[in-house]
Write a protein that binds this ligand. Structure first.
Ligand code: SAM
Length: 285
């Protein structure tokens, strides 16, 4: 898209130059490092030009765009700025120091954006035959969650359900670890009871992973029904109430001295196995 003069004129005057760390808008953006603020405003911060372009293209609402002075005039930045203004957002041209402070990095990206959070209600999740979903029981580590969202996206999964008290998918650390997939994967949150009630009517097969699982994960037929891969908490594994709801308790056979796999690694192994069944064994791509 090339920006026309009208857009250009509209945008001039709507770009605020900010160089002070005590600017109230800068303070508000910095506060998004805290979950309390993200929850209150239902927003979060994401960094990187490509990621922001993709997010806007996918229909995410950007409230504030901040770009470094050095990025001024770059066509892609100008386009994103024009789109931000066109959808009622605010555009800030900031000093390097302000950008570092917003993103809490020494070598910040040229562009950062404040986006509205999006949660898909569990009741709207109606998995279809060839879909694979991931459900995570009380995931604690932001890096694990980000990696799982990214891996779910890359494997062709349909979304990630967060069960119980979990780390925030919209924290800066998790968003970074998703490498943009936070904008591509539907996210759902549910209590244990809500998840169990949903499972009973959703027509899904819950394949839970457990160190004491009775079934080798490679012997499961993932094609009978839509699959929900249920993964346990990093420290304590899957609790009995959730494990008891599973249609299969799968184990990834291990060798060596490690007593378990890292949660994100185990999720990746399961996801690619389930998707392999659906894509290759079924004659698909
Ligand atoms: N101490 C925990 C336990 O006893 O379950 C270890 C949890 S492990 C780090 C986190 C999760 O990854 C597990 O709950 C399970 O969902 C999955 N996982 C890790 N290694 C696995 C394996 N070899 N087979 C099946 N699931 C595994």
């Amino acid at each position: 898209m090339t920006m026309n003069h009208d857009q250009d004129r509209r945008r001039v005057g709507q770009v605020k130059e900010v160089t002070s760390l005590s600017n109230p808008i800068v303070k508000d953006i910095k506060a998004l490092a805290q979950k309390k603020e993200r929850d209150a405003t239902k927003t979060f911060l994401a960094e990187g030009l490509k990621l922001i372009i993709d997010a806007i293209e996918l229909g995410w609402t950007i409230r504030t765009l901040a770009y470094a002075k050095a990025a001024k005039g770059k066509p892609a930045v100008e386009q994103v700025a024009a789109k931000t203004v066109a959808t009622g957002g605010l555009v800030l041209e900031v000093s390097e120091k302000v950008m570092s402070s917003i993103t809490r990095r020494d070598n910040p990206q040229m562009v950062a954006g404040v986006f509205e959070q999006r949660w898909l209600p569990l009741a709207k999740v109606k998995p279809k035959a060839d879909e694979t979903w991931v459900a995570l029981d009380r995931v604690r580590d932001p890096g694990n969650l980000g990696t799982i969202i990214r891996t779910a996206d890359a494997s062709g999964a349909s979304g990630v359900i967060l069960v119980g008290e979990t780390t925030d998918p919209f924290s800066m650390e998790t968003v970074r670890a998703t490498m943009g997939s936070v904008f591509a994967m539907p996210l759902i949150r549910a209590t244990v009871d809500e998840f169990i009630a949903w499972k009973k009517t959703a027509g899904v097969s819950v394949v839970a992973t457990h160190l004491a699982g009775a079934v080798d994960y490679r012997t499961i037929d993932y094609r009978k029904k839509p699959v929900v891969l249920l993964m346990g908490n990093e420290q304590s594994g899957l609790p009995d109430d959730l494990a008891g709801e599973a249609d299969a308790l799968a184990r990834i056979p291990q060798q060596g001295r490690a007593d378990s796999l890292n949660l994100a690694v185990a999720t990746a192994v399961m996801l690619f196995e389930a998707r392999r069944h659906l894509l290759t064994l079924d004659g698909g791509a």
